[in-house]
Design a binder for this molecule. Structure first.
Ligand SMILES: [Zn+2]
Length: 165
């Protein structure tokens, strides 16, 4: 078991955070943004950044090459669909994608939007950790949390609307 700090400051103990979230035993802030046959998308529970989405596999696998062909296709489609929604609904111009296989929980990709303020922390990969910590430590105010929740709602609506005729 490991302790995880949520964006609201509370701590939870889980074996695998991804399993807890995709399996429904832990409800991420704002709920499920989108679900496919093999994947599950939610706002990152640790960092209050608008449109920061985690796309996690439902199956407990660790490495990219463990995905079946069906899962690979579903993954790429889901990733693209969320990316498009981030652009259309939140005006997000660029996104950084991260996935490291040596985490203690299972396959999940971070989709980290780039906002103007983030460039104060540099460009590219070295800026990401400081950006996330800045958000967690300095952006937990009521106003920003409300904006994050509004963004989740907009994305959820966009990603779950029926096909247009
Ligand atoms: Zn898992």
């Amino acid at each position: 078991m490991r302790k995880i700090t949520l964006s609201n400051g509370s701590k939870v103990e889980v074996d695998c955070l991804s399993c807890a979230i995709t399996g429904g035993s832990m409800k991420p802030d704002g709920g499920v943004v989108m679900e496919t046959e093999f994947f599950h998308a939610h706002q990152d529970v640790a960092y209050p950044i608008k449109g920061l989405i985690i796309l996690a596999s439902k199956r407990h696998v660790t490495c990219l090459d463990e995905l079946t062909e069906e899962e690979q296709l579903d993954y790429m489609k889901a990733l693209s669909k969320i990316r498009k929604a981030q652009r259309n609904v939140l005006g997000i111009e660029y996104v950084y994608y991260f996935y490291n296989e040596d985490t203690t929980h299972h396959f999940h990709t971070w989709m980290v939007p780039r906002y103007q303020w983030m460039y104060d922390f540099g460009r590219s990969v070295e800026s990401v950790r400081p950006v996330l910590l800045h958000a967690r430590n300095n952006m937990n105010d009521k106003e920003n949390i409300q904006e994050v929740m509004n963004a989740i709602n907009s994305l959820t609506k966009e990603l779950n609307k029926g096909p247009s005729l």
